[in-house]
Design a protein around this ligand. Sequence first.
Ligand code: MTE
Ligand code: MO
Length: 380
Amino acid sequence: DPYSGDPSRHPVLKVNSQKPFNAEPPLEMLTENFITPNVLFFKRNHLPVPNINPDEFQLIVERPPGAKQGKPLKLSLKDLKTKFSRHEVTVTLQCAGNRRSEMNAIKTVKGLDWGAGAISTARWAGVRLRDVLSDAGYTENTPNVQHVQFEGLDQDVTGTKYGASIPFRHAMSKDHEVLLAFEMNGEELPKDHGFPLRVIVPGVVGARNVKWLGRIIVSEEESSSHWQQNDYKGFNPNVDWDTVDFSSAPAIQELPVQSAITEPRPGEIITPDEDDGKVTIKGYAWSGGGREIVRVDVSLDGGKTWKVADLIGEEKKGLVWAWKLWQLEATIPAEDKEITIICKAIDSSYNMQPDTVAPIWNLRGVLNNAWHRVSVTVAR
Ligand code: MTE
Ligand code: MO
């Protein structure tokens, strides 16, 4: 069993697939903390978790043509920790398949049936990718370089490794804070999250945040991996598996604005406060590309009227990589028995979420960011 070396996991996680391991935290636990505890952080593996000896580990960085006779730069964990300056950043990671189950409910899609919990936030520590690329000899002026490819050390039975890439200018940008991380929330990177080293690309889809990083290749082409070329792309709702042409669409990088309700849960019977008739609604909101969430609107009447939720977050200058948790104390009209709660978030570019799933449905079930709806019964 190639999965016999996988680590043990917290029993509270909702498992979407055991082998490879894919799981999300219960939603009401997800928004208990701004920083998601490591054991609750969603886990998305395509392959068995590789067993890596940290004392023998070496990151291989291919050099630009001509530099050092083409010999790659090899860095041990100690080299990474001592030769480069440490950098920390709070980043929310989201899988492109977050909320896929709502797409599946309309028309079957291919993929794991994620609820709204394929998103989590951690404080990551490591070194800047741009510093490592500079050390290998790359500059903003290196000719013929367009992409930075990341190769994982996890592989399938045929030896194919997980891989992905991001644009070179993104990797070299000081503002974008791309990190080679060896710590997650003050602890050594857990096995499920890429021990001993992973890439963190703030504001970019989870799939490019390569775990168990083994090799970095700078190239004119994007990664040739399945996950860069033939997966994690968006399509028109009428494109099906007979007509899909993966080469016609760009690989997903920055993600669109997103939000979801985490409390109450669908079908729950909620009891308004005896004195003021209020209930508490909670959720999260996040956007890709460093766009900060500026407002979350919540409706308790299926979208007829809207209230503004309180935002809970971290102070950060410049680009913002972490989500906002939000909360609303709201009065429910005395006559209402069944209500539909809706949330929608607005980011700093005034991007807003689409109101329904059908117009953004796609065969792979990615990029679902429609208004999130939760129907509950009111008991008094
Ligand atoms: N990196 C490797 N090497 N192998 C993988 O299967 N999965 C990717 C990405 N990096 C993956 C990987 C996907 S699709 C996502 S959403 C994130 O890791 C999930 O990161 P997490 O498990 O730390 O939440
Ligand atoms: Mo993902």
